[in-house]
Design a protein. Sequence first.
Length: 803
Amino acid sequence: MPSDDEDVLDYPYKAEYAKSGRASCRGCKSTIEKGTLRMAVMVKSPMFDGKMAYWYHYMCFFAKQKPKSIGDIAHYADLRWEDQQKIEKKIAEISSGPAVDEKPAKGKGKKAATKRGKQTAATNELKDFLVEYAKSSRATCKGCDEKIVKEEVRISKKEYESNEAKRFGGIPQWHHPECFTKLRAELAFFVSGDQLPGFDTLKDDDKNMIKKLLPKIDVKKEDTVDGEAPAKKAKVEKTEATVDEAALKKQSQLLFKNRDLLKMVSEEKKRFLQDLLEFNNQQIPTGVDRMLDRLADLMSFGVPAACTKCKSTNLLFKTGIGYVCHGDLTEWVKCQEIYEKPKRTAFKLPKEIKKNCPELAKIKYKPADRLFVKCAPSTSTSSTKQENGSQPKVQSGRSYPLKGMEFMISGLPKEKTSSLKREVEKLGGKIVPKVHENLAAVISTEGGLDKMSEDRKSFLETEGIQVVPVEFIEKCAKGDICDHIMESSIVSWGKNPKKRIEKTLDQHTKSQALKSGKSMYSKSGSSKVKLKVQGGTAVDPDSGLVDEAHVYKKGDDIYSVVLGLTDVQRDKNSFYKLQILESNDTKKKKYWLFRSWGRIGTPIGGDKVDSYSRLDEAISTFCRLFEEKSGNIWELHKHFEKVPGKMYILDMDYGDHKQGNELSSLNANDSKLSKPVQELLLMLFDMNLMKKAMVEFELDLEKMPLGKISKSQILKAYSVLSKLQGLIEKNDGELKVNQKPFLIEATNQFYTLVPHFFGTDKPTLLDDIEIIKAQKCSEWQVVSFESMELMISGLAKGKDFLS
């Protein structure tokens, strides 16, 4: 049975009745009482590879979050009818469309009330916008990707789609006014600029500028403005079931009549509920509430027939979709077949319960179809997030002649320094506090130069860095900056600043590229880890015991294991490490159990070290955790079998790390090969270059270094790719619908065997022949690299493979 987390994985939000009174509201910070309606946004957890719920009171939720439709909310259909209506009404209010002007509503009656409702909705839409003066120079325009300078006018609209936005209840996306204008259709802003919140705080000149840039636009459905069309609301299919609201209400009342009755007679005892589920051949969900929901469905509509595809009886009702099979097609892929109207049999009661619970026994259980509004979870069509390395959405039209250049201001009053800093930043430059060798120039005066320390002057003269006057900035709008620096210099020394500027510009470009894809889930620090290999394995550096302990070994069994799982259906790219460590002190033995877990290549996850005075206790815990995560018992780990939904054991090979020393003594060996041939081999098969090539294929060298995976496992992954390539080529590049499970299986299997770094993005399906060929090439390079290591190692020992 999937956990509650997995059951709502595809939904950005969730609703239910509070199971206890322990949770606090993320909005008002007060306790959410047991039994009250609560709503959550699902965000990526920083502690494990999955999602967690941020809970709110019903009213607090809509102040921070913006679901697009009822199809975005998991378990919505399991709520009471009155609560469903409350949520649906609130969603209609917040997703009523773009900010547009509405003529004042006059008169009475439904039409006037409807118009007043639209005006309220338009006002709500404007709450997401803001115009103000920038409080600092840290923000970047989401249109042109350039800095917004302090005290410059900026306009924002809150976005609610990214994981960070969901976590914090919306994040402002700042724009230059001219960039905002070019994107106003995408940002759904069609009213006059003077309606922007914050407009009254602007100076008169800036007010006029905003009104000129943002006149009111009369919007019709077919209208388009610069940029993309406004974001559409999720489509709700109007089937017969959705039209008959009375039938939906009656159905909801029946569900809760049965649920409340079952809750009363069972006294919420798990064993009672489990017996009912097992008697009807159903899997047991987690928690009393989920069991009550499932049983209420079975009592009201009957027991769904087994899935025709995988024969599983584990069909779960999902809001807006229907009954989704949670069975397994193979050990690598879930079924996920959808049934809107599954065949059913009547719900049955065990004899003992019939006898002891007359309230349940007197109900006539008849199979029936469950009505629902078809509305799958929406996907964002207007996200402002840009792909790494993509081009800016718009060009601001501004000139940035100092882009990427760094300057230092010396010897000027504080007020002058602040205003000059803003001028430099407006032109794309940066003011730094200290001199360095790649500084474009120092900005000062004759008087400031006289006050400059001799050490600084000496450094500037040695590096050939010019000192330019304040007036230099005025000349920057036109002409060559390097020429201006040399012509404006007030010192006798100076080299051509072109090389200095090129270096800082290159660093600036790289820095921007890194920032564009960086989030709170991006890993910082060095990606290189030094391992001390002993006995065919190495103590994990994260344990902090590298110098105190070694991995425990008993016979051929090394108590160190790395488990992995990539699952594109559940958005998993997980790892789990286990090690028993034994102290190096032979006089007083001590043992530790180290474990670490998380999402590959990200800071998501954690680690833990437990100490043990007895070895058998450490082994017992190690074996229990291994079985819990993999579904296999440790005693049979050499005959490992993949279990559906569980992790897979990775075959790690730490190899012989003395080869580097052997290669350094190559010139002094007894090889019969001539020296030029030896040098040619070393040049052709440079291991450092080969390792660098692996990085270029974005293979994970951090949590599960690719070089440590065994050759046999890489060949196994290569075989998976070959089969997949053959199947795609056989079908002229397009797989049939019934072949998609094989595609998912092959993708999951390959990425599990050879861990890849995807960050927080969903693992990519291997459905493109060019991607598959590139991956095959990558794996073949690794195999060739390992074979070449052996050859060069043998060469260093005096073996001739070519003579």
